[in-house]
Ligand binder design. Structure first.
Ligand SMILES: *Cc1c(COP(=O)(O)O)cnc(C)c1O
Length: 393
């Protein structure tokens, strides 16, 4: 079975590039050149060096002993939380900025919801000395003030999106408009495995370093590069795609993706796309998204800002449809408890996003010798306020 994108940019029925005609030249340039650039030895060398010396890779694969005892399985954590800037997003922004330089671009744009992708983008722009404009909904800017401050300190311009609901999808519209007006000098860094082809494939390739390292580390620690089960959380799906990538063809490895059920799948306040979604077009690709009967995108909800997205990337839609990966729903409450549990058992405060993946452990029964890898996509420092309010510390 081929799980990767085909020549036309599709994963089965999903993917493609549903874009305004005026964006065609930008996407076409990227589509024609991304693979050739990513395969250049000088590109690989620069990417590898930055991953090592700037991001701090390889990120450890940590056998969590007390967590393992609790669940009766060998549980390993892939520590993306220890990366520079605190999450997996930097893997992708480094890859894309190196690509942008080779395409001769000197200006970077991005859109951000919670601000995490905006910060990861502003970071690599500072690193490379490129101009950076980040679009962010006006409401999100108020909700995520510390991330706005981080971006500004890095030298980025944060432009408020003031139309519509003043959140992520409005920021996305603004970013696309900007790109259409500045096709020659500007690259648009998308932050997950979403958007028109070739973005989902390109971002998955940059994030695939997560599973490439995991295979090596697991081989060293256990004598086998394959675990029984891999678990990761899904917003758009980039940390999960990176965690699944080199296991897709290892059919014996169970792949589990944890979506945010918010206050419950049927509560009307949820982001459980695979359960509630239908096929349609979102952010330039055909995928599964939460929409009303007349095709309006439903506003998603999750306590974790990073999972608060109304769709999933097209490769996830495909893996879901053919059953290669299992998509499960985790509520706010389950995630928060799992976040507290990891903190108390291992001294690691996870991002609330990552806590959704951890919460799946509570729902499984193990025979005692299974090897499980959980992708710890980010650290919880950004979520301390949320944890404190929730538990009343
Ligand atoms: C952004 C983010 C996510 C969700 O994004 P994906 O593209 O689904 O990986 C998950 N975890 C953390 C820590 C994040 O910052």
């Amino acid at each position: 079975m081929d799980y990767q994108v085909n020549e036309k940019g599709y994963y089965g029925d999903f993917g493609g590039a549903y874009i305004p005609e005026m964006m065609y030249p930008n996407i076409e340039e990227l589509r024609k050149r991304y693979l050739e650039i990513m395969e250049e030895p000088s590109f690989k060398a620069e990417f590898d060096q930055l991953m090592k010396d700037y991001v701090g890779r390889p990120s450890p694969l940590y056998l969590a002993k007390r967590l393992s005892e609790r669940y009766g399985a060998k549980i390993f954590l892939k520590r993306e939380d220890l990366n520079h800037t605190g999450a997996h997003k930097i893997n992708n922004t480094i890859g894309q900025i190196l690509l942008a330089k080779r395409l001769g671009k000197n200006r970077i744009i991005a859109e951000t919801g919670a601000g995490q992708h905006g910060v990861a983008t502003a970071t690599v722009c500072a690193l490379m000395g490129l101009e950076c404009v980040v679009y962010m909904g006006e409401i999100d800017m108020a909700r995520q003030a510390p991330n706005v401050a981080r971006m500004k300190m890095m030298g980025a311009e944060v432009r408020p999106a003031v139309s519509g609901s003043k959140t992520l999808k409005d920021a996305t519209n603004e970013a696309m408009r900007d790109w259409i007006s500045n096709p020659v000098d500007t690259h648009y860094i998308i932050g997950s495995v979403v958007g028109p082809h070739p973005y989902p494939d390109m971002v998955a390739r940059f994030q695939s370093i997560i599973s490439a390292e995991t295979k090596k580390q697991l081989l060293e620690q256990t004598g086998s590069e394959n675990p029984d089960i891999v678990i990761a959380c899904v917003g758009g799906g980039s940390n999960a795609m990176g965690m699944f990538y080199h296991y897709l063809n290892e059919e014996g490895v169970r792949l589990i993706a944890a979506e945010a059920a918010g206050k419950g799948v049927d509560s009307g306040e949820s982001a459980a796309t695979s359960v509630l979604g239908k096929e349609g077009v979102l952010h330039g690709s055909r995928t599964i998204l939460m929409q009303t009967d007349d095709g309006q995108v439903v506003e998603p909800y999750s306590i974790s800002a990073g999972l608060d997205y109304p769709g999933i990337g097209p490769q996830h839609a495909f893996l879901h449809k053919i059953g290669r990966a299992e998509y499960v729903s985790i509520t706010d409450e389950e995630a928060m408890q799992a976040g507290l549990l990891l903190t108390r058992l291992e001294g690691i405060i996870p991002a609330i996003e990552s806590a959704h993946a951890l919460a799946q452990l509570e729902k499984m029964t193990f025979r005692g010798n299974e090897q499980v890898v959980v992708c710890l996509s980010g650290r919880g420092d950004k979520d301390l306020d949320n944890y404190m309010k929730y538990f009343g510390f």
